[in-house]
Design a protein around this ligand. Sequence first.
Ligand code: NAP
Length: 318
Amino acid sequence: MASQLPSNVLIFGATGAIGKYITDAIVLAKPNVASRVSIFTSPATASNPDKQTILSSWKSRGLSVITGDLSNADDIRNAYNGIDTVVSCLGRNALASQIELLKLAEESSSVQWFFPSEYGTDIEYDASSKDEKPHQNKLKVREYIRENLKKVKCTYVVTGPYIEMYLTLAPAAKEAGGYDVKSRKAVVIGNGDGKVGFTSMPDVGKLVVAALRHPEVSMGKVLKVQSFVTTPNEIVAEFEKQTGSKWTVEHTPNQKIREVENEKWNANDPIATLYTLRRIWAEGGTLYDKTDNEILGLTPGDMEPLSAAVERAVSGKG
Ligand SMILES: NC(=O)c1ccc[n+]([C@@H]2O[C@H](COP(=O)([O-])OP(=O)(O)OC[C@H]3O[C@@H](n4cnc5c(N)ncnc54)[C@H](OP(=O)(O)O)[C@@H]3O)[C@@H](O)[C@H]2O)c1
């Protein structure tokens, strides 16, 4: 059975930050990854003028758009009709709604495979992971799956941080680290030599397609994948090389990250999530002896290098 999948794919959150890359990769995959690809979205997104270019380009390649309310069970049941594989790219605010989507998938007569929205930090990296606040909704989804799903098999694509987002310097969270091309300034955590595993956003799409192409190895698995491993200082060096100028580098002590992180959580400031994730990444929470890239048939040469992401950031296309 597994080798016949996927045939009829439904994507949630297709026009979101990472959903765009995943949907693009699925729609553009050669040879086709499935015979039919649909997205489920709200009427507001489907009619949003800013989303028309991407929706039209997908539709011209055969993608179907199903509109409905994510919280309406009948809308989901109708959307699942004939679907065998679901790829969820829902955003953080909608992660908990996946529990109902999974329940309805289990009840449906056709859905067999489900990719919950992960595409980020490893939420079961070590014993401390279970207490990290940003992980809680994804952990609840995994727990629901473990305890309730029998027919539907799930695949989690764990990519670590997106290099494109890491390369930006959020004005409201400078101590959390980042890179500002305009002012040639970087803020790095600790001494800047700590290794971090990254995935580029186009590579997230490539990795999801590879997982879809290899149900025999990816079904029921937590896939730990990434584009490359580098350090904050190596990123500075790449920016200096590509901009032909020396950058100013500020350091945020690791302890300072923890202090600001606690302050932000105590103040209920949503930026706290960024501090927690950056602290986890700086402490090595993205590193593996071996990733699952290879079992998906991907070699280091298939993945984007740091230089490609830095090039996009320097040219303003990041
Ligand atoms: N590794 C990293 O560095 C990193 C960074 C960011 C996110 N992530 C992960 O990637 C996944 C997707 O995040 P994202 O930032 O791409 O998501 P996003 O852009 O915030 O949202 C994705 C889509 O989810 C749907 N959605 C969002 N909020 C909703 C709500 N309240 N009700 C109904 N639908 C809602 C929308 O779908 P429509 O398009 O249909 O309207 C939206 O486009 C998450 O698991 C997140 O943790 C990882």
